[in-house]
Design a binder for this molecule. Structure first.
Ligand code: IDP
Ligand code: MG
Length: 140
């Protein structure tokens, strides 16, 4: 598998607890390179659009409120098989199911406040990166 990019968000539960550096260390230890990064406070419209795929799920409104409850760090990660590699480092959505050594096992507070987002496909990675970054903000 060739070099690939994926999109990551360090979520408000993690920025609130000052865990950006600890999460970045796990990302880098996994062989992924942080080639774009910025701290933003998402607007409600941005969070709603980002999670539109979950609009019908019962947790959607809570999830949007959580994602705008504090700053987030949006990132572009690059590496071999980056989409799958980052999903592996993130761990399962529910931290109770996450493997030892994963970000969510180490840091997530709950199934909702689970510290990180990572793209689930190459196609979605491209869409999500374009949502938050211009090409000149990504430096490999
Ligand atoms: P993922 O982040 O592991 O890809 P998704 O199923 O895409 O998981 O869900 C997106 C986000 O929605 C999760 O990361 C989590 O913050 C939240 N979420 C997912 N399932 C639940 C739930 O059952 N209750 C509350 N929040 C949830
Ligand atoms: Mg997902």
């Amino acid at each position: 598998m060739a070099t690939q990019r994926t999109f990551s968000i360090i979520k408000p539960d993690a920025t609130r607890r000052n865990l950006t550096g600890a999460i970045n260390a796990k990302i880098e230890e996994a062989g992924l390179r942080i080639v774009g990064q910025k701290r933003i406070h998402m607007t409600k419209a941005q969070a709603e659009a980002f999670y539109a795929v979950h609009a019908e799920r019962p947790f959607y409104n809570d999830l949007v409120s959580f994602m705008i409850s504090g700053p987030v760090v949006v990132q572009v990660l690059e590496g071999e098989n980056a989409v799958a590699a980052y999903r592996q480092v993130m761990g399962a959505t529910n931290p109770a199911d996450a493997d030892e050594g994963t970000i969510r096992k180490a840091f997530a507070e709950s199934i909702e406040a689970n510290s990180v987002h990572g793209s689930d496909s190459d196609e979605n990675a491209g869409i999500e990166i374009n949502h938050f970054f211009t090409e000149d903000e990504i430096v490999g």
